[in-house]
Write a protein that binds this ligand. Sequence first.
Ligand code: M6R
Length: 630
Amino acid sequence: MCGIIGYCGHRPAVPLVLEGLSRLEYRGYDSAGLAYLQFDTLKVIRSEGKLSRLVDKVAQNANTFAPIGIGHTRWATHGLPVEKNAHPHKSYNGVLAIVHNGIIENFQEIKNVLLEKGYEFYSDTDTEVLANLIADELDNLFLEKFAHKFSDDRDFFVKKAQENFQEFKADMEEAFCRALQKAHGAYAVVMLSPLIPQHIMAARLAAPLLMGIGVGEYFVASDVPAFLPYTREVVFLDDREVAIVSTSSFEVKNILSRKIIEKEIHHIPWDLQGAAKDGYKHFMLKEIMEQPKVLRDCLVGRLQNTDILLPELDKISIPERIRIIACGTSYNAGLWAQYYLEQLGQIPVSVEIASEFRYRKPIVSKNELIIVISQSGETADTLGALRLCKELGNTVLGVCNVLGSSVAREADVCVYTQAGPEISVASTKAMLSQMVVLLLLAMYLGQRKNIGLEKRKIIIEELMRLPDILEKTLPVLREKAQIFAYKYTFAKSFFYLGRGTAFSLALEGALKLKELSYIHAEGYATGEMKHGPIALIDPDFPTFALLFDDEYFSKVRSGILEVKSRQGHVITLLQEGTTLDNDDLWYIPKTSLPEFLALPAMQLFSYEMADYLGKDVDQPRNLAKSVTVE
Ligand code: M6R
């Protein structure tokens, strides 16, 4: 949920840490901080609020060429988003500082033990408890060897460490591992100490952490964009691994056995441009506008005449049932895919919210294929569901965007969505890419079952045309989005209605509007309106309706007219060649896959609304891009 970074190298660390944090700010942005070593003294600078406030504070306070530093941008889990709770957290005796992403679930028990020993705490966080637990383990080792603790004679220890640095490195590593063995929950943690001035130590358990391997420099971070300008060579840390990183080398060990682990270095194809705004006012707008490219990238190498090529799946047997599990926008993509998987694959499909699924002791049959969908591949609830399904012995297929993420690695097989880095907290291009991949999957299953060739041909032809159609249409959609957004800024609430494949899009339209502009919005199945919700309709409660030229057309049209006849204002998104007796008609070109145009239209509507209302489009309040806590 938070973004963390550590740097060890030949350049000044502080500007690099700040730069890295600016690329991780999407992960949390209620406070930020960094730590570095000024000779043998640990310096920590922290600030409440967005990263820009930390940048100002650093400019006033830190004139340093320190080559080692750690940083953090926070999404609060324990304690208010105020400076005292911002990371890094020092141990009470100043022997170390850590940044942490995750939750130490038994922090209160550990804190009680430390309080009894006389430790003092200055924040409300579980992270400060972890910092002190490591310091306590270190003091236990020092007491055995030197008969006194770090706080008894700081200068003695600093001098000793300068004389015999290797020994102190081993002690530090031992204390770090011992403390982490006692911590339950989730952590990605990076530590800095004046006793090992050329090093940082990092470890993970159920929270993302990877290393960037540069030339004479190393990074540890929550996500690749943090160090993308400097290296694309990446080592993914696994659970219960600790990395000991110096300015000239790194070593990875198992936290429990302390055995060295040989790690593979992966080359990441993402480039810096993909993670930059490219002249757009917001990442979200850029990510909406690049959807034609995303569509093309998702199709490359996966279509051959009437064949769908997904070689990753060739070894998977055709399931009797499919269960899709995901959260948020990824869940909406799954709900959308249900229609196509059932139609084209002729396989019954159920769709589940991950946080509900994992705790209700679900009955899952052995012949069900589990599909987990996640842009980040790190969403805690989705990962929890994935692990549960694997324990139950089911095959899990991951549909994931981030290379090497936990979902990608833990699923039995992963199909990547090829959306490129998605920085804006509101997911846009990721959903479109998930829809393409899931549609390909539906056709692939039909192909393996030798059914639906004619339908497949039509869809493939349409998919090939779509990137060009979308490219031409996006600027027009944006103009219309501006007009409607400005007209409807009066609204305090909105309905989004859709039926068939448009239902899940209605849910997504509502989610985008509420998360970006903080306007209450509800997505509903058009046919359900008359069962209660229509009571809410009045001139102040507008509706955004999706009217596709499909088998539901006349029923949906009646539903919209029912809303209108109760004085409800309606924006109707419909396809060229159809019409309706309504004022606010929003036409999209005719295609047999209208969802791929309707989705960007709704994204643009929410974007324009939020921008017009002056909301923080890329970093909406209370949210974080990747929800790595439950
Ligand atoms: O990374 P994931 O796809 O697993 O994320 C799931 C949701 O947290 C995510 O889609 C969230 O709903 C977005 N903020 C929606 O814009």
